[in-house]
Design a protein around this ligand. Structure first.
Ligand SMILES: C[S@@+](CC[C@H](N)C(=O)[O-])C[C@H]1O[C@@H](n2cnc3c(N)ncnc32)[C@H](O)[C@@H]1O
Length: 276
């Protein structure tokens, strides 16, 4: 299982599915190797093994034999793993490869000692440093978040009774994936996505790409600042936010929203929905 995940993460990072989307008739190993920059030494078999592994888990399809073998995306990869497509989820695979997998190496230490060893953070920056750090790191992380959350948000906008509400404020909304899902599915809703300045530019681009300009606003807001949560929303959301923090900060975040939604408003936590 671990090997399959590592191969998928690597293929997403190398852009193999995106490349193959430009070759609907299929591409040979040689073409893939040239275009994504795999080793092409005559006796190197890693590239062929990678592509065949992806065939075995139904992400790629293969036709032909020997050097004429052609690989193309299976439908699931074409839908979810081609960068730039509306349902692209590959960002979370790239993030897993760069961030989560290196961290797994310290799991035993963390379980024994209750914390990561200092050298772990030389390989992978602490998550709280990543938030709000340089724009490139924040945008890479944000693309991972969209990949992880798009499917859940698509379900949420079908299942939550947004028809009873008028305005969403998504706190820690990253590039605005939830706000765009809500505004697209429920055009009567005003939607604002709030996050730190490092993701502001990526959020503006994402909102535009989703066709939500004018329907979704992007605002900077640090939810740990003394400023109150912006008012005017009858639905406030924290998506995959509370789990990042210890109990004191979780309580602070929940208290901040409690006073800011009207009595009939709604607070959605990561894995549950409460209406009052
Ligand atoms: C785990 S991500 C979740 C993103 C998104 N809500 C989702 O569910 O896909 C946590 C988000 O919280 C944001 N964040 C972290 N600290 C913040 C702060 N002090 N104020 C506002 N946003 C913050 C991060 O930039 C990141 O976008």
């Amino acid at each position: 299982m671990m090997q399959v995940s590592a191969a998928l993460n690597a293929a997403a990072k190398l852009g193999i599915f995106t490349l193959l989307s430009r070759h609907p008739e299929g591409a040979t190993l040689q073409q893939v190797s040239e275009e994504v920059g795999l080793c092409r030494e005559p006796h190197f078999r890693g590239g062929a093994d990678l592509l065949d592994l992806l065939v075995s888990v139904a992400c790629l399809e293969r036709a032909g034999e020997g050097s004429e073998t052609r690989y193309r995306n299976a439908p699931v990869a074409d839908q979810y793993l081609v960068r730039g497509r509306p349902q692209y989820a590959g960002g979370i695979l790239c993030l897993n490869g760069d961030r989560s997998f290196p961290m797994f190496g310290y799991l035993t230490h963390a379980l024994r000692h209750g914390e990561m060893p200092p050298e772990a953070f030389q390989r992978v920056p602490d998550i709280h440093t990543t938030f709000g750090s340089d724009v490139a790191a924040a945008e890479f992380f944000a693309e991972g978040m969209t990949g992880a959350s798009l499917g859940n948000f698509s379900l949420l906008v079908d299942r939550f009774p947004f028809h009873r509400f008028t305005s969403l404020g998504d706190l820690g909304g990253s590039v605005g994936c939830l706000a765009c899902c809500v505004a697209s599915r429920h055009p009567h809703m005003a939607a604002v996505t709030y996050d730190l300045p490092a993701v502001h530019g990526a959020a503006e681009r994402y909102v535009q790409k989703q066709g939500c300009e004018g329907k979704v606003q992007v605002r900077d807001y640090d939810f740990f600042s003394p400023d109150p949560v912006p008012g005017g929303h009858d639905v406030l959301t924290y998506g995959m936010v509370l789990h990042d923090w210890g109990i004191d900060k979780k309580m602070l975040l929940m208290r901040k929203v409690r006073t800011r939604v009207p009595f009939h408003g709604s607070k959605i936590k990561s894995k549950s929905i409460e209406t009052s």
